[in-house]
Design a protein around this ligand. Structure first.
Ligand code: ZN
Length: 256
């Protein structure tokens, strides 16, 4: 078991860029660099090495630092092959099921379409970490810009099926507003109440609400519970299939 150091860096208004550093190897990767200055500061503080840039999807607030970071450090840019042409400086396009080496760690690429058509998530089984970009947020999920509810629900089901101890690292600090929506739907869920209280306390201290174990999200996040009969009943959709329930939840959140 190699235990990398994973550092969230808050950039722009509410984005997270993550630095993954393997101290024994010196190997360093960055996930979704929206900007240049903040990752450079973190990379320089950690020895001035950047080997790999991982992009979950093509949105500007996940790729804005690619070109400058690659030019400065010679890092290899890895992102969805489906977004070739929309991800600057993409070196290696990846697809569902691909495996990428991060030093001694393995990254498993999972296609998670819905927010964008080509969105991928990066699962590091050895580290028990999942970088889900804008697919899964704590107590929420990404908006459907390029995908259908059926695609997004399938993506979320696949992420939910990973080991419950897996720590979720996502692309935005949306947890507090997500908690307000989730509680409006599912106010009597004790797992949600506990997670919402934790989020409130962390934000009061100005701390990130990530990572969070997937098991916590599976119990508390309404978007991961679209196949729960109780949740379907709570929104007046008793007996409806999970995709219908999920689509209804997503529409409600878009208007919330
Ligand atoms: Zn996005």
């Amino acid at each position: 078991m190699t235990d990398p150091h994973i550092q969230p860096i808050k950039v722009l208004s509410d984005n997270y860029t993550y630095i993954i550093r393997l101290d024994n190897e010196g190997f360093t990767a960055v996930v979704d660099p929206a900007t240049v200055a903040e990752p450079v500061e973190a990379i320089e503080a950690g020895g001035g090495r950047l080997d790999v840039i991982l992009n979950t999807h093509h949105h500007h607030d996940h790729i804005g630092g690619n070109a400058a970071l690659k030019a400065r450090y010679g890092a290899t840019v890895i992102g969805p092959e489906a977004d070739r042409g929309r991800i600057p400086e993409l070196d290696r396009g990846v697809r569902d099921g691909d495996r990428v080496a991060l030093g001694p760690l393995t990254v498993e690429v999972m296609a998670t379409p819905g927010h964008t058509a080509g969105h991928v998530s990066f699962y590091l089984p050895d580290a028990g970490a999942l970088f889900a970009g804008d697919t899964l947020f704590s107590l929420g999920c990404g908006r459907l810009f390029e995908g259908t509810p059926a695609q997004m629900w399938r993506s979320l089901e696949r992420l939910r099926a990973l080991p419950g101890a897996t720590r979720l690292y996502c692309g935005h600090e949306y947890s507090q507003s997500n908690a307000a929506f989730a509680l409006s739907i599912d106010p009597d869920n004790p797992a949600l109440q506990r997670r919402a209280a934790e989020i409130t306390a962390l934000r009061r201290d100005g701390r990130p609400t990530l990572p969070v174990p997937l098991a916590t999200e599976a119990a508390a996040n309404p978007f991961l519970r679209a196949d729960d009969p109780g949740l379907a009943a709570a929104i007046g959709r008793a007996g409806a299939d999970p995709v219908t329930v999920f689509a209804d939840l997503r529409r409600r959140k878009d208007r919330f």
